[in-house]
Design a protein around this ligand. Structure first.
Ligand code: NAP
Length: 247
């Protein structure tokens, strides 16, 4: 239980990878703030964690909206007194070929997937700097390094996260704050449920380990990065993709 007495915020944590990360952090003793767009969905995930003897609080906020993020982070400080971990997980897709991509498809994905990471990181880092400690993990994607047809917006946002992670890791290192990214490959969640069957089969063929990852595979990588075992790791990207891309 290496996260006893620690407070963690996980964005987009009512389902999928974010929920698995929240469950893993709670299992190690952290009080987990479950953020999501919907208070009801966040509350359901928090209740599940509490039913398993974990500590969890639900807090709805749109990560793309800096005012909502500020309100959430202020509330976390009021209720928990500290913020030790931030996992920037909330993400969306608006897939389509470049020539069909509308400006709103671009803006929506960049606003949630990249600006959301900026908003949350900026809001918590103020308190982490005062504490002189903290760990931030940004959920990127394999698509950040390999690109993907139909995902110009998503790939740009996820590649942006990798640059952001390195810049902020350098800025905050002297304050005792580590910042890393996890880049998942093909993970079984609602997000990948939409992929047509024949494309899924091709994707699996491209994975050396030969199977689709589970949200828990990503959660374990996050758990490592927030643990004392990773105290000398900052500005890095941990790839969790079954060997799909080797960088
Ligand atoms: P998911 O099942 O679609 O869940 C995404 C979560 O983010 C949902 O809880 C959603 O809330 C929340 N969310 C969306 N927009 C938000 C906003 N503006 N503010 C706060 N929360 C918001 O996705 P997932 O597959 O678990 O993906 C999680 C992260 O991993 C994403 O960043 C994704 O890009 C990344 N990733 C996933 C895969 C994969 O194969 N699944 C691979 C690489 C990277 P609602 O329920 O209210 O919509």
């Amino acid at each position: 239980m290496f996260l006893e007495e620690k407070t963690a915020i996980v964005t987009g944590a009512s389902r999928g990878i974010g929920k698995a990360i929240a469950v893993a952090l709670a299992r190690e003793g952290a009080t987990v703030v479950i953020n999501d767009l919907s208070q009801e969905a966040a509350e359901a995930a928090a209740a599940e964690i509490r039913a398993n003897n974990g500590r969890a609080i639900a807090m709805a906020a749109d990560v793309a909206d800096s005012a909502q993020v500020e309100t959430m982070v202020t509330r976390v400080m009021e209720e928990c007194g500290r913020i030790d971990i931030l996992v920037n997980n909330a993400g969306i897709t608006r897939d389509t070929l470049l020539l069909r991509m509308k400006e709103e498809d671009w803006d929506a994905v960049l606003n949630v997937n990249l600006k959301g990471v900026f908003n949350c990181t900026k809001a918590v880092s103020r308190f982490m700097i005062k504490q002189r400690s903290g760990v931030i993990v940004n959920i990127a994607s394999v698509v950040a390094v390999m690109g993907n047809i139909g995902q110009a917006n998503y790939a740009a946002a996820k590649a942006g996260i990798l640059g952001f992670t390195k810049a902020v890791a350098r800025e905050l290192a002297s304050r005792g704050i580590r910042v890393n990214a996890v880049a998942p490959g093909y993970i079984q969640t609602d997000m990948t449920e939409k992929i047509p069957e024949e494309i899924k089969a091709k994707l699996i063929e491209s994975i050396p380990l030969g199977f689709i990852g589970q949200p828990e595979d990503v959660a374990e990588a996050v758990l490592f990065l927030v643990s004392p075992a990773a105290r000398y790791i900052t500005g890095q990207t941990l790839h969790v993709n079954g060997g799909m891309v080797m960088v």
